[in-house]
Design a protein around this ligand. Structure first.
Ligand code: SAM
Length: 280
């Protein structure tokens, strides 16, 4: 998988990919990242990438021509000229980061990582600045506009880094344990996984679309609080049940909207009802 990032601030990405999992994934060649300076695709003395908005109003707008040239340099044609049987186009997604875009969520991260059935080999991320990007760039070239949340950033660079991080860690081979993505917040695995592929009992629940359960490590006693005893007794079944209850509690408290799409067993529903009764 290759990420291509088009930006007026290439320096923003210096160091950002040099830590943790992404650094390892890059070193092992599982992921590659190209950062492209939009100003390279200008032809005037001032290397102008922006201009005043038609119709007046605040700020400046990123011009279409340098972006079109940057995309052409990556072999990306306007959508109308892409042939469906063209493998390069089929395996590429061109994305504009925008506060007006579809909300970027774990399901989209999975799709871009190729876990949704369509295997992608290239994700192109266009970072806006100022008041945004000339709309024709999106209409002519972009497969989608993505927003990382309901707030306005000063540029698309942070959003691009978020997308790269969230997608990259789901690419097969990047996380040490292939299944870990299923056991964390928003994981899709069915809630009923009770053992791993070798039959070893699991003390974790597939997230089934819920938030993660709380985690604890040594020391057992900290700040006058003891880590939950149940986690220290080695009983996988009890631990799994306790964690599931915590997942339900946390999701109900912080993100009740997720419960609608979650994979819930009859036991989960009973637990949830009991938790709701407690709160009344
Ligand atoms: N005028 C725009 C609006 O009101 O929607 C905001 C432009 S913002 C100051 C500049 C750039 O930051 C955008 O073009 C986009 O690339 C990026 N950006 C801002 N908020 C974002 C978000 N929530 N998700 C993704 N990108 C965002």
């Amino acid at each position: 998988m290759r990420f291509e990032i088009v930006t007026i601030f290439p320096g923003f990405f210096a160091g950002i990919f040099e830590n943790g999992i992404l650094r390892r994934a890059l070193a092992e060649g599982l992921v590659t990242v190209g950062v492209h300076d939009l100003r390279t695709f200008t032809h005037d003395r001032h290397r102008t990438v922006d201009d005043r908005p038609f119709g007046g109003g605040e700020g400046m707008v990123l011009k279409a021509e340098p972006l079109a040239e940057a995309l052409a340099s990556l072999g990306i044609k306007p959508k109308t000229e892409r042939e469906s049987e063209d493998d390069a186009a089929a395996g590429t997604r061109v994305i504009l980061l925008s506060a007006q875009g579809r909300r970027f969520m774990q399901a989209m991260a999975r799709e871009l990582a190729g876990l949704g059935g369509v295997k992608l080999d290239r994700v192109v991320l266009i970072c806006g600045r100022y008041e945004g990007v000339d709309e024709r760039v999106s209409e002519l070239y972009c497969d989608m506009e993505l927003s990382i949340g309901d707030y306005v950033l000063s540029g698309g660079e942070l959003a691009a880094a978020v997308v790269v991080d969230a997608v990259m860690r789901l690419i097969p081979g990047v996380l040490g344990n292939e299944a870990s993505g299923e056991f964390e917040s928003f994981g899709v695995a069915d809630a009923e996984i009770t053992s791993d592929t070798e039959g070893v009992p699991r003390s974790q629940h597939g997230a089934g679309g819920l938030l993660d359960y709380p985690h604890y490590t040594r020391p057992a006693e900290f700040g006058g609080m003891r880590a939950p005893e149940v986690l220290m007794n080695g009983d996988h079944l009890q631990i799994r049940r306790w964690r599931r209850e915590q997942q339900l509690r946390k999701t109900l408290a912080n993100r009740p909207d997720l419960l609608e799409g979650a994979v819930l067993s009859a036991e989960d529903r009973r637990l949830l009802e009991a938790i709701r009764r407690e709160a009344r």
